[in-house]
Design a protein around this ligand. Structure first.
Ligand code: GLC
Length: 418
């Protein structure tokens, strides 16, 4: 398969996963790509943003539809759910009930996912240049970021908090294990049990964020979540400038800088890595995962800090520089598990390589002049996809494919090749 074939294969995959119709819940039309027809048949927030980026190369009208559908699930206050079951049939009802406030119509969750929305919109706009679409969707996108600032920053330090591991997109990331002791000492089965406990508490609080933050059970200022939030605000600022709204563009640029500064000052440790902060006391969750490298995607990281991340950690064979980079967890962490049996036995995001993580970090590496490192990661990602197809994740030591088949965001490799 050469690159043109890859583009065609990506197109076929997105088409195969496309869901469209009119929702029985609210009579609204929908058209989006589900992550995997068998495993994940609904719309997921950050997946859809990634799908829109890939669509922008293949079919800009469909890219716009993907984002429009996401925005149709937006509440009046600005919140957008992390998962939307537009089609009306719900495969795992108990989770939908736990993640929703509505026992009878649990089609929209009360959780968030990393705020990739404005980043995706910027990519779509760059390729289609459709000013009318921008005018149509920007108010909703702005409202979303404002909702995050107003509702998810209880201590007012410019970093937003997540209330459940699923909100980070990295469901069982071992950095959260410290919050789940002693259950997490039993490994992934214990972690999954602890997650259900958080679900029950959040549901009992009726997803009232004031109550949830008062309980302080799972309150994490996650590095990936906040780096993506900062980059989303920077995208929003550039989009507003293109629309001629310089004053607003300026205020979003300042806001993005404040978030970046908070990450760079509060999450850094002497080893040069950046760790998630948990609980009101902002303790560091000191497990080396790939999200410790995420400040590489920021605009304002200085040269020395970026070089330490790349040279001491990303390119370190004892940590992240494995045959098929980048593993979710550093190889020298006790929790590192490169392979996979099932979500229950191995958990997710506890070692394997995922395409969306490489997509973000390749953008960061290119932005800060680490072109050779980026080129290598792109080549290895392409090799994984060419050999094994679009799978959910891959073994970073052997390249063996794991998880869902026909997994749509792995088509991001086509964007990385451009
Ligand atoms: C898994 C992933 C999450 C993703 C979802 C749908 O739960 O951890 O990040 O959004 O699947 O692909």
């Amino acid at each position: 398969m050469d690159e043109t074939d890859l583009l065609e294969a990506a197109h076929r995959q997105l088409q195969a996963n496309r869901q469209s119709g009119v929702s029985p819940w609210n009579g609204q039309p929908y058209s989006f790509v589900c992550p995997s027809v068998k495993t994940y048949p609904f719309q997921w927030f950050w997946d859809s943003c990634f799908h829109a980026v890939v669509w922008s190369h293949l079919d800009p009208a469909q890219a716009r539809e993907e984002l429009r559908t996401l925005l149709r699930a937006q509440r009046a206050d600005g919140f957008i759910p992390h998962r939307i079951a537009w089609q009306g049939r719900i495969a795992f009802p108990y989770r939908f009930y736990l993640h929703s406030n509505s026992p009878l119509r649990p089609w929209r969750s009360e959780l968030i996912q990393p705020a990739v929305l404005a980043i995706a919109l910027e990519a779509v706009h760059a390729r289609s240049g459709d000013a009318a679409f921008l005018t149509e969707v920007l108010p909703g996108v702005e409202r979303y970021y404002r909702w995050l600032a107003e509702n998810r920053d209880p201590d007012g330090d410019n970093l937003i908090s997540i209330i459940h591991p699923y909100e980070s997109g990295l469901d069982h990331k071992p950095a959260y294990d410290v919050l789940f002791r002693p259950l997490s000492q039993a490994g992934p089965p214990g972690v999954r049990m602890a997650l259900r406990g958080i679900d029950v508490v959040n549901r009992m609080c009726r997803y009232n964020l004031r109550l949830i933050f008062n309980l302080d059970r799972f309150n994490v200022e996650d590095v990936l979540v906040n780096c993506v939030y900062a980059q989303g605000l920077a995208s929003l600022s550039r989009l507003l400038r293109q629309q001629g709204d310089d004053a607003k563009a300026e205020s979003y640029a300042r806001w993005a800088e404040r978030v970046e500064q908070a990450i760079l000052t509060k999450c850094r440790e002497p080893d040069g890595l950046f760790y998630d902060l948990y609980s009101r006391r902002e303790r560091k969750a000191k497990t080396k995962t790939v999200t410790c490298l995420f400040p590489l995607i920021l605009d304002s990281i200085d040269r020395q800090t970026a070089e330490r991340l790349v040279k001491e950690h990303l390119l370190n064979e004892a940590e992240f520089w494995l045959p098929y980079p980048l593993p979710t967890v550093s190889r020298d962490e006790p929790a590192f598990n490169p392979s996979f049996r099932s979500p229950a036995q191995s958990g997710l995001w506890r070692g394997p390589t995922w395409v969306c993580i490489n997509w973000f970090l390749v953008r960061g590496l290119r932005k800060h002049g680490f072109e050779d490192v980026a080129t290598h990661i792109v080549a290895k990602t392409k090799e994984l996809v060419l050999q094994h197809g679009f799978r959910e994740f891959y073994n970073p030591l052997t390249g063996e494919p794991h998880g869902a088949e026909g997994f749509a965001w792995s088509t991001l490799v086509v964007d990385m090749l451009v």
